[in-house]
Design a protein around this ligand. Structure first.
Ligand code: FEO
Length: 398
């Protein structure tokens, strides 16, 4: 059933309460997600985006209940990733000649995925589409927010910014609007989404938001393609994005480790004790990378000023949970964060030098050469780890 946003604008998407993993298995979705599509029924009728492919038939069947499909004049594809374009093949069987408005990169991506010669209309920033009744759509290219083809579409008169992935959250809620949902849940999902998806593009995020602010146009709603619609103080999420894009950190230190027989975990505990002793104000948190959710850990890294990574040595390297984490963290390009490494070993002891190499490659500023300890930590070694923690706290406070 369609849900009204305002005037003649309706949500016609799919609420996916079952989703637990997104992007294959890369992103955990503890609260499901939604694929938001919108129907604008002015003199011209427009569909903005569709839904993920598994729901394509359900989407088109539902849409048929709401409107005679032959009344749709235009389709807007703000982004070609399959969670928003996935229903196009099903839909376009009914609308073979209806134009699809998207960026030049959008055409490449849609053709590359679906191998169809639909009636593409390429748009650039500032291009408009008249809907009658004094209302227009204005297109704004938004490359790398978060794909090269991404764009925003702004509806004049109703002042709605259809931002696609930007400003979204993987968060299913039948309430649909930001003012109706649990604010802690919403913040948790919005910052996780930024940390795990948008961090590498922070400079572009800042530039695009400043560009939109400079236009001086009213924004009554931001209708992203995942999660709730921002209608109460809609620009609050854009302001948060500016904050998050500016080398964001809180007074937190995250200790992230994996352990085989508990020695590296005991070092982690002692380091935490040292940090807490030297700086009782800092929020020090420990995460076993093999046991905790990877995307939640990445959000913790995003929120921390310093990260401390630990692994014992195995096969002259590090444990695989840490290797997987550091691979993803490297791609996310966190800025202005400090780091240190630690770990136990029995024979050759490469884990700490390896972690140092990975941390440097990922753009972290190393506080020291790390703490590597032989065999099981005894009281003397644990005291050493505590001192190591104190050094980290002191270096993190300047
Ligand atoms: Fe929600 Fe980039 O797709």
């Amino acid at each position: 059933m369609k849900r009204k946003l305002k005037s003649n604008v309706y949500w016609v998407g799919k609420m996916d309460w079952e989703l637990t993993r997104f992007h294959g298995n890369e992103y955990s979705t503890h609260r499901g997600s939604s694929y938001n599509a919108f129907l604008i029924e002015e003199e011209k009728v427009v569909l903005v985006d569709t839904v993920w492919a598994p729901f394509s038939k359900e989407f088109v069947d539902n849409l048929k209940q709401e409107i005679d499909l032959s009344r749709i004049d235009y389709v807007i594809a703000n982004h070609a990733e399959v969670d928003h374009s996935g229903a196009l093949p099903e839909l376009m069987q009914y609308l073979p000649d209806v134009p699809i408005y998207c960026t030049a990169n959008g055409v490449k991506s849609l053709k590359g995925q679906y191998h169809k010669e639909w009636n593409f209309k390429i748009v650039k920033t500032g291009d408009t589409l008249d809907l009658g009744g004094g209302k227009q759509l204005v297109f704004i290219e938004a490359p790398m927010l978060h794909w090269p083809d991404s764009m925003f579409t702004y509806l004049t008169g109703d002042n709605i910014l259809f931002s696609n992935d930007a400003f979204g959250q993987h968060y299913a809620s039948e309430y649909l609007f930001n003012d109706l949902v649990d604010q802690d849940e919403l913040y948790t999902e919005a910052i996780k989404y930024y940390a795990n998806i948008l961090t590498p593009f922070s400079a572009l995020v800042t530039r695009k938001i400043q560009e939109i602010f400079a236009l001086g146009v009213p924004v009554d709603m931001i209708a992203a393609s995942h999660g709730v619609i921002w209608r109460d103080k809609p620009l609050q999420i854009a302001e948060k994005y500016l904050e998050w894009a500016d080398a964001y950190q809180e007074n937190r230190i995250a200790i992230i480790y994996d352990t085989m027989w508990g020695g590296t975990r005991r070092l982690a505990d002692a380091i935490a004790k040292g940090i807490q002793g030297a700086d009782p104000e800092v929020d020090v948190r420990l995460f076993n990378a093999a046991q905790r959710d990877k995307n939640d850990i990445i959000t913790e890294i995003f929120r921390s000023k310093t990260v401390v990574l630990g692994s014992p040595t195995i096969n002259r390297g590090i444990l695989t949970s840490m290797a997987a984490l550091i691979e993803e963290v490297t791609g996310l390009k966190f800025r202005s964060k400090r780091a240190a490494a630690f770990g136990t070993y029995g024979w050759s002891g490469e884990s700490v030098p390896n972690l140092n190499t990975y941390l440097k490659k990922a753009g972290f500023e190393l506080i020291n050469e790390g703490l590597i300890t032989l065999w099981e930590p005894d009281d003397r070694i644990l005291k050493q780890a505590e001192e190591f923690g104190k050094d980290i706290a002191r270096a993190s406070s300047v």
